[in-house]
Design a protein around this ligand. Sequence first.
Ligand code: GLN
Length: 198
Amino acid sequence: MVKKKIGVIGIQGAITEHIHSMQNALMESSVKGEVLIVKDRKQIKFLDALIIPGGESTTISKLINKFGFEKEILKRIENKDLALMGTCAGCTILASELLDNFHDVKLLNAMNIAVKRNAFGRQKESFEQKIKIKNFKHAYNAVFIRAPAIEKIWNNCEILAKIDDKIVMARQDNLLAMSFHPELTDDLRIHKYFLDII
Ligand code: GLN
């Protein structure tokens, strides 16, 4: 069986945590795969899936652009043959609209979502909250760190989780965005969910 290749953009942010979570998820899943750190745009054409981690959206997006990753990613998602998961800052980068617009993030325009950064206010810079995710049997304890919120979705994008009126997880075909950090918990359900949509 051909192994699925799952890349994690290795520029900045929670890179090793995603690699470990995905490796652990693979061990518990029937999907055969390997996880690689992506540091060169040429790697992108060989991937089945790509994770854009949390970190600083400004830095990550600028470097994605500068290193030429952006073009490769957009080519692949146009063909719908690359699954993408963006977490926290990665969620912002997948968006088509930035509502706090300081024009300092180079958006990928991959998903029909509008995002506001640091949307949970100062007192709540970092927090954990149990959330209900569509089709998950049990509540999920989500870790938020200066998290963005998805304020709007449109067309074929679907809401998977909310906190009050803020959307915190959304899916559009094989593209997945969430404002929290699934790589910072032992709960592997999000990484497994992503494996299922590759
Ligand atoms: N607020 C940060 C940004 O958008 C995201 C923080 C994070 O990824 N934990 O750059």
